[in-house]
Write a protein that binds this ligand. Structure first.
Ligand code: ZN
Length: 218
């Protein structure tokens, strides 16, 4: 991804310096809530990329799974070993309504081309409110109360967590923390796009970004 700014601790790219503190850390790292060890993003959530993701996710243009997986593969570092690819799960109700989990389709496609197995290791045991539109404090609460459980053996593994869009990283952080609690050695997050939103604007930025009802990356 073409980015000017990266969190010094987790490597999450940002388009501007605003989300980083004086020491160059993002808010998740600053608050000890990151959970993941690295974040890889192909591009910025906007323009054509945003449109492709919307067509794939909301208009169900399934043939886009190949091209979007291409972006993930281009972003995947060759020097890091991964034992399992884990898609970020949707809540069952949302999955049922949409008919598929876009993260799972991307994970399967990346698996097919790399030979790294998919482990559907994460479950959402209870309805977690869509992260979009929540304040940072509410997101933090969601992370702390643990909206994910682990249903596969990930002990000692280097896990590649797949999501479509990384917004604040709080969903990825909650997944990563659950995987780490279950013994995962390393958790890296890979997403097609990174959506930058200044933290301070989070409560009302939903209208400003024009995001659909399902929210980012959910
Ligand atoms: Zn960070």
């Amino acid at each position: 991804m073409e980015a000017e700014y990266f969190c010094r601790a987790c490597g999450t790219p940002f388009q501007n310096r605003f989300p980083l503190d004086e020491e160059g850390r993002c808010a998740l790292c600053r608050n000890g809530l990151r959970g993941f060890d690295a974040a890889y993003c192909y591009g910025v959530y906007g323009g054509v990329l945003r449109r492709l993701i919307h067509l794939f996710k909301y208009r169900k243009v399934r043939s886009l799974e190949g091209p979007l997986a291409d972006y993930l593969l281009r972003t995947l570092p060759r020097e890091v070993r991964f034992d399992a690819i884990v898609p970020v799960p949707l809540h069952w109700r949302r999955r049922w309504r949409r008919g598929f989990n876009q993260c799972e389709l991307l994970a399967r496609e990346v698996s097919r081309r790399t030979g790294i197995p998919v482990a559907k290791a994460l479950r959402r045991p209870r309805a977690s409110k869509a992260q979009a539109g929540l304040t940072l404090a509410a997101r933090r609460h969601n992370v702390k109360t643990g909206s994910f459980s682990v249903a596969a053996d990930v002990a000692g593994q280097s896990v590649l967590l797949v999501d479509d869009v990384l917004t604040t990283g709080s969903t990825a952080a909650a997944c990563a923390l659950a995987l780490k609690r279950a013994g995962a050695l390393r958790v890296s997050v890979i997403t097609v796009a990174r959506a930058d939103r200044p933290w301070q604007m989070a409560p009302n930025s939903r209208a400003a970004t024009g995001e659909g009802p399902a929210g980012y990356g959910q």
